[in-house]
Unconditional design. Sequence first.
Length: 349
Amino acid sequence: MIRIRLDDAAIDRTRITVSPILELVNGIEMVHRHRAHPRAPWPYTDWADRAREVLRTVPELAPLRIYAQLYGEEHGRPTPDLFTPVPSAGRTTVTEQLDDLRRTPHAVIREQFGKHYPEGLPAFLEPYRDDPDRALGRLADALAAFWELTIAPHWPAMRAVLDEEVLLRAQTLAVAGPEALLGDVRGPASWERPVLSLPKRKESGLDARGRRLLLVPVLLLQDTMTCSTDHPEILMITYQARGAAALAGPRTPGPHVRGRLDRLIGPGRSTVLRALDRPATTTGLAAALGLSPSTVSEQLASLLTAGVVDRTRAGRHVLYTRRPEGDTLLATFEDPGSPESMESPAAAA
């Protein structure tokens, strides 16, 4: 367990943003974690299989082996932040973030290596000390290639889901404050003011008083949370965002036994109604459920007419929420013990 002590200034200045480079790094780590274990679970299965094959067969991706070395159990220590960089304000495209990685100041590299490896630098990191511009350039080029081969085809749907996550978290932040936001972050963390605790293999503490708190939702982050340790002004915490179904190929259908709710309003409308366990946009629902936006829009229109969902505008976005009548419908007609009643597709993703 790592226990992070925050002060009022850190909590009050909480922000949330999207980071493509952290999707890349955590995706590589996911593939490494499942290399000697069963395949990654749905909805990551197809993506992880594709990424594993790409990493194995594309020579230009050789520099990415550094992440397997950094995350390997034999390494057994925190990773310098320069390899999982804190996103700069306003720079949320993969090109911008990889350019920032290439331009990592030499002084930052020396400082982080001195902090994490006081006894001496491991051999696999020596190129980043001896010729950092060349080493970081090769790493950024490899990350860019990995992006094009594995994430770029999914990115429009992923970005829609992540933008919705940021929108909903920002609403919580504005309406209920940072305390509510920290208490509601999805993941295995616990919040007891002023300490945020994250599960880790070793007990440790981190004094983050005086820093700003930056939350980064990541789709390629399975059942875990991470935090940065090196930035002097920002404490970055990544957590698993909802909607990872945006990464999935078609789910293998099994025999479907229509429950009472399906028979009453139809399987499409019941699926969308179940998924509205929190406010969502049409695009976000479509990505989370693996359906087309037009299909989801049609089902939402029917549910609106029936009076079981509401529609509200938040800036440029239209959010749908389940009304109390929708909750009653689910509670009355959902079959107890069915997979649908245990967990909605949106929650599962």
